[in-house]
Design a protein around this ligand. Structure first.
Ligand SMILES: [Zn+2]
Ligand SMILES: [Zn+2]
Length: 268
């Protein structure tokens, strides 16, 4: 759930939304409540010019789609939004996006009446591990998360960037995950819980700092961003979590650890 307020003002209180710019493409990962501010930033940048972007969806849990009805570029005629993600059988991405904007969910505007062009495409992660969308090349990997979820890996001229959330570490396919994230310049990974919290929340589909640090060390990651902050974790608590995570990295390791901060820009 979004957690705005004075206790989350530094790390941010919105649910998942990330933007990547690669080779002229605008890629948005997930449409949590953070996509509302992204929409405003895009309008500041593009003005009246058309915006065309790819919205990659990891999965359709509410914290990853709930901001879409508040994404202002979707309300402008010349904009194009390609929503791409795993097939949430027996539903579809389109039906789930439609449902959260129907009258029963108390949203006044339906998906069908949005003036922009919104299209939906399903990926088949088992049949086609690498995807090529013009200048954008990426790979996917199923994560360990109730109901299913996809991690995304982007090969950029400046290095590999991997987004791995939501994912519970120490799952049955940890070796597959290890290979997927291997040698990433940037790994953005789900570390929602402290080790103490994780003990009572196994099976909820999220990671904890110690196992993600261990995974990052084994995979020779250069920069790790802790993310999917728990709604109960204040800025002060996050400072402590980050310090603890950094203390787990041996002095001889090149791994740098950060906590994702809302609206922070990282240049490769
Ligand atoms: Zn989830
Ligand atoms: Zn989530």
């Amino acid at each position: 759930m979004p957690t705005p307020g004075r206790d989350t003002i530094r790390y941010g209180g919105n649910t998942s939304c990330y933007e990547l710019r690669i080779g002229g493409e605008i890629i948005v990962i997930d449409a949590g409540s953070g996509i509302n501010q992204l929409g405003s930033a895009l309008l500041d940048e593009f003005g009246a010019n058309p915006i065309s972007l790819i919205l990659l969806n990891t999965h359709t849990h509410w914290d990853h789609i709930q901001g879409f009805p508040f994404f202002i570029p979707a309300y402008m005629k010349n904009n194009r939004i390609r929503v791409i993600g795993r097939n949430p059988v027996p539903d579809s991405l389109e039906s789930i996006f439609k449902t959260q904007m129907d009258g029963n969910h108390c949203f006044p505007v339906s998906l069908e009446t949005l003036p922009s062009t919104v299209s939906f495409e399903h990926l088949n992660p088992h049949g086609q591990p690498e995807f090529d969308l013009g200048s954008l090349k990426f790979a996917t990997c199923p994560t360990n998360h109730p109901g299913g979820c996809l991690g995304y890996s982007f090969h950029t001229p400046k290095g590999k960037v991997v987004f791995l959330s939501d994912h519970e570490t120490d799952g049955p396919d940890e070796n597959v995950i290890l290979e997927f994230i291997q040698d990433a310049y940037i790994l953005i990974a789900d570390t929602q819980y402290t080790d103490a919290e994780f003990a009572s929340r196994r099976g909820w589909g999220h990671g904890c700092s110690s196992s993600v640090i261990s995974l990052a060390l084994r995979a020779d990651i250069k920069n790790l961003y802790l993310t999917h902050h728990d709604p109960s974790h204040t800025d002060h608590f996050m400072d402590g979590m980050l310090a603890e995570a950094r203390s787990m990295v041996p002095a001889s390791s090149p791994l740098k650890v950060f906590a994702a901060i809302e609206r922070e820009k990282v240049l490769l």
